[in-house]
Design a protein around this ligand. Structure first.
Ligand SMILES: Cc1cc2nc3c(=O)[nH]c(=O)nc-3n(C[C@H](O)[C@H](O)[C@H](O)COP(=O)(O)OP(=O)(O)OC[C@H]3O[C@@H](n4cnc5c(N)ncnc54)[C@H](O)[C@@H]3O)c2cc1C
Length: 405
């Protein structure tokens, strides 16, 4: 009988990675496992709150907590480092803190921005994909509004957002609260600020029924935010975003330009595995990859299919799914150690709520439609639950949003 502990290496402490580690710590014995968690930052950040940071509604550190709050040092070794390469044949991972080997690998390296090759987008537009990029958006708005005080040029007050999807709407919702406050603080007339959102599809927020999407569209209108639908963005430059209207190309002015319309899985995926598309790899039902039962890929790097056969589609990339994948992975690691068959992923949809600023929103939660203040309250409960599930009541009280209700 071997007394060697199984080496589990978890890459990334976002929703998927931190949930895996939290569940392993709760369920599995340290006498059988040697767990190492590697993450770029010392802290976990709530990606689903980044639009609030980008719109200046909260400070970036309110969307984070120290990973050391979660890690039980008797069971898990946390290393702050950036992963630079994964060698699946040698079972080794290279990082800025050296090389790590593993028996079981969990890849949970999350998402990046994807601009689909739109000319100038990467150079000229901000994104909302990490605390650093979210902070940069609010700094840019502040810089431009302060420049207006010197220049008197209304263009400095223009904000253009590429994308009328979930992230775009949540960001615009927060701006509806914070831009009037910023204008008041700087003595700027809100009517001079032009905020435009551009969506290529004729419909917005396709995950919701039309009447809820209409509610969100009316919210924008009521808050002096213009939404252009069915309008393709063709390029970005330092003046704004270029769009095609009929045969004509037109500039939609934006001193601040923010791209929210595309995400992809981590670039390391293409470098490490075969068959990866836009940073996502098709995983087997138990979330391991073909030919490597010891490698689990979860969260936004995974394309987990929602069924079998021709009609099967990959699940969308959401925090809710990432967390459920993390829980299952912890269970399946336990099964591997006991020599039991691993279980397939079965997504339990608890609904989705899209916030529109701090007091409004739309959503479907536990099968019921919600709008307005009830939706905003539901969103805070969802946000707090995510923290509770990983860190328990104390972390949920200190970092959650229930005290704001
Ligand atoms: C503004 C916004 C709002 C959203 N709102 C919602 C919502 O309301 N509901 C919902 O379900 N989903 C929402 N999403 C989507 C959700 O945030 C993602 O689906 C989710 O974060 C994916 O979780 P993950 O664990 O795969 O990745 P992430 O949360 O991105 O975590 C990945 C982790 O890996 C780390 N990492 C990355 N590269 C490296 C490296 N090379 N080395 C070491 N560490 C690395 C990162 O720093 C991060 O800690 C939203 C996304 C955004 C941007």
């Amino acid at each position: 009988m071997s007394f060697e502990r199984t080496k589990v290496l978890v890459l990334g402490a976002g929703y998927a990675g931190i949930q895996t580690v939290a569940k392993i710590q709760q369920k599995l014995s340290r006498h059988t496992l040697d767990v190492t968690l590697i993450n770029k930052h010392e802290f976990h950040y709530e990606s689903t709150w980044l639009h609030e940071v980008a719109a200046g509604a909260i400070e970036w550190h309110h969307a984070t907590y120290s990973i050391n709050h979660i890690v039980d040092t008797l069971k898990t070794n946390f290393v702050q480092a950036t992963v630079t390469a994964i060698d699946k044949e040698a079972k080794k991972v290279q990082t800025t803190a050296g090389e790590f080997d593993y028996d079981i690998l969990v890849v949970a390296l999350g998402f990046e921005s994807e601009s689909f090759g739109i000319q100038g987008m990467d150079e000229h537009a901000h994104t909302i994909v990490s605390p650093e990029t979210a902070i940069a958006v609010w700094e840019e708005i502040n810089k431009n509004f302060n420049r207006y005080l010197e220049s008197g040029d209304n263009n400095d007050l223009s904000i253009v957002v590429g994308g009328g999807g979930f992230t775009g709407f949540e960001f615009l919702g927060e701006l509806s609260n914070t831009i009037p406050e910023l204008c008041k603080e700087l003595g700027i007339d809100r009517n001079k600020v032009k905020i435009t959102a551009i969506e290529a599809m004729p419909k917005v927020l396709p995950m919701f029924p039309d009447h809820l999407a209409d509610y969100a569209k009316n919210f924008l209108k009521d808050n002096q935010i213009e939404l252009m639908t069915g309008t393709a963005i063709t390029a970005a430059n330092d003046q704004g975003l270029m769009v095609k209207v009929g045969e004509e190309e037109k500039l939609i002015a934006g001193a601040t330009r923010v791209w929210t319309a595309g995400v992809r899985g981590n670039q390391l995926m293409e470098k490490s595995f075969e068959g990866v598309k836009r940073g996502r790899i098709i995983v087997k039902p138990d979330l391991s990859i073909e030919g490597h039962p010891e490698i689990f890929v979860i969260g936004d790097c995974a394309a987990a299919m929602n069924g079998e056969g021709e009609g099967a589609r990959p699940y969308p990339t959401t925090a809710q799914i990432a967390m459920q994948m993390g829980e299952l992975t912890a269970t399946n690691i336990g099964h591997i150690i006991k020599g039991v068959k691993t279980e397939p992923f079965n997504f339990i949809d608890r609904g989705t709520v899209c916030s529109l600023g701090s007091h409004d929103g739309i959503g479907i939660a536990l099968g019921r439609e919600v709008t307005g203040r009830r939706a905003a309250m539901m969103k805070r409960i969802i946000d707090t639950r995510a923290i509770f599930k990983v860190g328990g009541p104390i972390l949920a009280l200190s970092r959650g949003k229930l005290l704001n209700i």
